[in-house]
Design a protein around this ligand. Structure first.
Ligand code: NAD
Length: 477
């Protein structure tokens, strides 16, 4: 008899035990010292570098097939880069920040002190199953928190490997991992954490925030959405097409910041489509047996994507399947050819829901103004891509549209910038992390005012008389 992943591993009892252990440690020792944080981060760095090939194999087994290089780029390099950056800046981030005090309150002094928030929770999705579990944990540890992580049940082998890593290299009173299905996740989000960091879909994000609200637990929500790519007519179409397809087909489109659809002016549409097709052929001369091309995570998602394509066809769209070597796609292997959808309409699934696969609607608009209106008429996306060498127009695009982040003249690379906040806005999320922003997310920014021995409080204290009124005249003006 086979059992579901929920039955195989993890339960709500394990969850309570792990949470209790971290809470007890917090009660006894509170947060982590600088030396403890640095040691944990170093141990993680060493483990990740040593186990990179095991990670690539394990994640590939979860996906059916995941390109080794994609894993090394997105789940190993990104993590190594983040940990190194954190280690080299942590001492500076932890420093108290003196703040200026206005004339009225001098000679008192003010400062901001960074305190770890406490015991925090991290819920991760399956699409980058290692990176999206470890990066928030790294941020939490950098801030000195104790952390409980729930990896995705849809990548169970990676979840087990992640749990093994944490067990091997981190003290049990610093980090714990619980595995299991939706039942465990739901119970997890109801725990009275000091902060809850969730990465996943917008719909589940609503449940998480509702559950957290009962405990007044603050949340960071890293959600999804439909991230547009906009191509200005003056931009070289071949170059735009190459970079759009690179971002779209990385992990076979199963990326929260993958360009979801393209907006292009009507007169340039066919030229762009030709270049998109050509770009696929250059990057992936064949698909089925190409180790560079990743499979769809499971049957449900494979069927969901096929259904969305069929829905577009049924409703009158022109569907262009890009299959450079004319291969036969065996549904068992769950590779899906890159598919362009032209002449789509708003009632089609591909133009309503986040696609999260190698399907790309190309939407023709009259001009760039119409593209801006199209984006602003829809829920605020996680990312926006704009291809234009003109800096003035780029600045206007940044100012006039709302998205979590922007990448100009390329796709997805803003994610890898260690000095930029990564997060959504509105339905694509709230809060941010990466580098200092992660440290800040898991820290309490405690404002501290220190009164001086000699000070002017007498002037504003009762019994109020002439003196306070004279002082008020100066203070108010
Ligand atoms: P999901 O929302 O289905 O699941 C994410 C996690 O939430 C899983 O660990 C799951 O166990 C848990 N979960 C499920 N139901 C829950 C509940 N009721 N309460 C609490 N937790 C629950 O998302 P997914 O399918 O794993 O990932 C894909 C989605 O994640 C896409 O929408 C994508 O855009 C988004 N995403 C966002 C980012 C980002 O950084 N903003 C990164 C990756 C993925």
């Amino acid at each position: 008899m086979t059992s579901s992943p929920e039955e195989e591993s993890g339960s709500t009892a394990d969850l309570d035990t792990a949470f209790g252990r971290l809470k007890d440690a917090w009660k006894q020792h509170q947060g982590l010292s600088y030396a403890q944080r640095m040691a944990c981060l170093k141990a993680l760095l060493t483990w990740v570098r040593k186990h990179k090939e095991e990670l690539a194999e394990t994640i590939s087994a979860d996906f059916g097939h995941r390109s080794r290089e994609e894993t090394l780029l997105a789940e190993v390099f990104t993590v190594v880069d983040e940990i190194r950056h954190t280690r080299s800046h942590l001492a500076e981030w932890m420093e108290e920040q003196p703040r200026p005090v206005s004339m009225t309150f001098k000679p008192g002094t003010a400062k901001v002190v960074w305190q770890p928030l406490g015991v925090v929770g991290v819920i991760a999705p399956w699409n980058y199953p290692f990176q999206l579990a470890i990066l928030p944990m790294v941020a939490a540890i950098s801030a000195g928190c104790r952390v409980l992580v729930k990896p995705s049940e849809l990548a169970p082998r990676t979840a087990e490997l992640f749990a093994r890593m944490v067990g091997e290299v981190l003290p049990p009173d610093v980090a714990q991992v619980v595995t299991g299905g939706v039942e465990v996740s739901a119970a997890f989000s109801a725990l009275p954490f000091d902060h809850l960091f969730f990465t996943g879909s917008t719909s589940v994000g609503r449940h998480v925030m509702r559950a957290a609200a009962d405990n007044l637990t603050p949340v960071t929500l890293e959600l999804g959405g439909k991230s547009p790519a906009i191509v200005h007519p003056s931009f070289p179409m071949a170059r735009a097409a190459e970079r759009i397809m690179a971002g779209k087909l990385f992990n076979a489109g199963q990326t929260c910041i993958a360009p979801d659809y393209v907006l292009v002016t009507r007169d340039q549409r066919d030229a762009l489509v030709d270049q998109l097709v050509a770009a696929v052929g250059r990057a992936y001369p064949k698909l089925v047996d190409n180790p560079d091309y990743t499979a769809i995570i499971n049957e449900r998602h494979h069927a969901r994507l096929q259904h969305a394509i069929q829905d577009a066809r049924d409703k009158g769209a022109r569907v262009v399947e890009v299959n450079p070597a004319n291969e036969t796609f065996d549904p068992q292997r769950r590779k899906l050819p890159p598919t362009l959808v032209l002449d789509g309409t708003d009632d089609m699934i591909v133009l309503q829901d986040e696609i999260f696969g190698p399907v790309l609607p190309v939407v023709a608009v009259d001009d760039i103004e119409a593209a801006i209106a199209y984006v602003n008429d829809r829920p605020r996306p996680l990312a926006l891509y704009y291809f234009d060498w003109n800096s003035r127009r780029c600045d206007a695009m940044i100012q006039r549209t709302w998205s979590g982040g922007v990448c100009l003249n390329d796709t997805i690379l803003h994610f890898s910038q260690l000095e930029l906040p990564f997060g959504g806005v509105g339905p694509s999320g709230m809060g941010a992390y990466h580098g200092w922003y992660g440290f800040r997310t898991f820290s309490h920014e405690k404002g501290v005012f220190r009164q001086a021995r000699v000070n002017g409080t007498k002037l504003i204290s009762p019994p109020y008389g002439k003196l306070v009124n004279r002082a008020l005249k100066v203070m108010i003006g």
